[in-house]
Design a protein around this ligand. Sequence first.
Ligand code: SAM
Length: 245
Amino acid sequence: MRSLIKRCLPQAILEPYQMKKYGRFLWMKLQTDGLLGSDLYEAIHRTFLDNAIGDHDIVEVGGASGSASIAIAWALNERRCKSKLVVVEKFEGGTRAQFGGYNENYQRFQSFIKRYGVADRIILFADYLTMENSQQVVDLVSSDKIGGMMLDADGHIHRDFAIFWERLAPGAPIVIDDYHPDTSVKHELTYHLLNRFIDWQLVERRELIDDTFFGTKGSAESIAALDLEECERITKEVCERHNVL
Ligand SMILES: C[S@@+](CC[C@H](N)C(=O)[O-])C[C@H]1O[C@@H](n2cnc3c(N)ncnc32)[C@H](O)[C@@H]1O
């Protein structure tokens, strides 16, 4: 009887009930196949709700199926601000391959952000982020400053800092996943690069939950503090150690 009711009721009616029963972060994570724990989605949501600086657009690199995007966009909705979340996602290969190709992954993302009521909050750049196309992404930000960053793509966080850091508002929240010395190439790269960014005062550490780093924009005077040669040296060393190109 119960499963009959579940099958017959429209999703729009069932969804609020399930979110209440399981908790909205756990339910959303399970439905979207989010790669982080539900407690992390809750912490990300809290960060962009409580530590927000002004009404500025947020940038996320590595949106996957939209789980962290939804958590951040919920915070923007609850703040009743104007700002948007600019999400960059390539929608193919790696963790996306299990859900199909580019089109399937693109559709999944679109359907999830609609289902969780945040489609109007999100501006999507559906391609690889590279230094070459970075201006196209920066142009999608309509506020003069960026209100925060969520980085969870491929560990090449020096690219993300080089592109967005200068425009970040002072004290803006920065969340970076996979900060660990040896779990994977991505973790190792993130760990060594981020440690240098802390030394260079580009970012200040606030909290670490599991492998997810929560910080704020640091007090460095400009992005000139980012030593790209040193970042490339770290990248080469980590990749060579793991036989990755
Ligand atoms: C670990 S997943 C992100 C997980 C997501 N934060 C979540 O909560 O489920 C990393 C994502 O980054 C994307 N990605 C990796 N490198 C990228 C790049 N250079 N440009 C755009 N997206 C990229 C991958 O396609 C993948 O979906």
